[in-house]
Ligand binder design. Structure first.
Ligand code: ADP
Length: 320
């Protein structure tokens, strides 16, 4: 293998930049040429390629977002789009691809590999942490820290005003961000799609707290568990306690990646290059119990990532 490509795809995540840096520098160290593909699969179809050298990735380790930009591409979902993409890779002499993105991006790479024999390795990059075969995805730790930072600030005003605060966080269909940030932020209730939402239970808990003299409460709602606005409205209606809703939105995705995200991004990006050099393909890299591993993409995409129920139960016990 002489030349590889790297792209970021799907939702951006803090830590994608350190992952790109690791791919580029490890590839050059291994004697490969590297091409950066801009705007994910959309740029792959349009031929947005740029040669990368050691200094192309200078000063990006601490920046959020992705220097290669990212995109969603409807065209890539079609066989015609993927044929065009494979043709562009061949005409550039790119023999292997590192795809940094979420499970949708991995499915896209899987189709490209199956239909056109393109070699690829997936690096899990999404704030949602919803990819199987890895305990952590790149960007999750930064997002959780962003949420906890916001919860701390909201707690100051919640304590001063004696109100109930509902905070809606990201996570698509999963509750990883809500659960981890809820435990770290000391939320009274954490609503996640994996556990179902019973509004009566939440209201009973709030009322028990109020009877005990608890003056304020913080409730974290994963976006996949329901609308924060709707839940806030129901709580205010049923408890009579003034309830404020904050939807954290895209601030969760921004900011400098945490050192944890930088470290896993660096390690995963470098491993992806090693695997391509060894002739491997159709795999994803992941971190299990602190060790890096690789998994067949077909296997990984057939698995479901589940939350740790004991963490959920602990958060509930501690927030009594
Ligand atoms: P993420 O990678 O963060 O999960 P998306 O689900 O939006 O983000 O996927 C990113 C891109 O991957 C999509 O815009 C599309 O181009 C491609 N993709 C997703 N799913 C498939 C699929 N089943 N087949 C082919 N391409 C896909």
């Amino acid at each position: 293998m002489k030349k590889i490509g790297v792209l970021t795809s799907g939702g951006d995540a803090p830590g994608m930049n350190p992952a790109i840096r690791a791919v580029v520098r490890k590839a050059i160290f291994s004697g490969l040429e590297v091409v950066g593909i801009q705007r994910g699969y959309s740029g792959l179809i349009r031929g947005e390629f740029r040669e990368m050298n050691l200094s192309s990735v200078a000063d990006i380790i601490y920046r959020g977002g992705t220097m290669l930009r990212t995109a969603r591409s409807e065209n890539f979902r079609t066989p015609e789009g993927r044929t065009k993409a494979a043709g562009n890779l061949r005409s550039q002499g790119i023999e292997g691809l590192v795809v940094i993105g979420g499970d949708g991006s991995f499915r896209g790479a899987q189709a490209l590999g199956r239909e056109h024999g393109i070699r690829f390795i997936g690096v899990p990059g999404t704030i949602d942490n919803d990819i199987p075969c890895t305990d952590y995805t790149i960007g999750f730790d930064t997002a959780v820290n962003n949420v906890v930072d916001a919860v701390n600030k909201i707690r100051d005003t919640a304590t001063s005003h004696e109100r109930t605060y509902v905070i809606e966080v990201m996570g698509r269909n999963s509750g990883f961000i809500a659960l981890e940030a809820g435990l770290a932020g000391g939320a009274e209730s954490i609503l996640i799609p994996e556990m179902g939402v019973n509004i009566n239970d939440i209201i009973e808990k709030l009322e028990r707290g109020m009877q005990r003299g608890k003056l304020h409460s913080i409730i974290i709602v994963a976006e996949g568990a329901g609308s924060g606005i709707e839940i806030g409205r129901l709580i205010q209606e049923r408890t009579g306690s003034e309830t404020k809703v904050t939807i954290l939105g895209h601030i969760q995705r921004g900011g400098t990646p945490t050192s944890f995200d930088r470290v896993i991004a660096s390690r995963m990006g470098a491993l992806a290059v090693d695997l391509l050099v060894k002739g491997e393909t159709a795999k994803m890299v992941g971190m299990i119990s602190g060790s890096l591993k690789d998994f067949d993409i077909d296997y990984a995409l057939s698995q479901e990532k589940t939350i740790d129920r004991s963490v959920y139960e602990l958060a509930s016990i501690l927030a009594i």
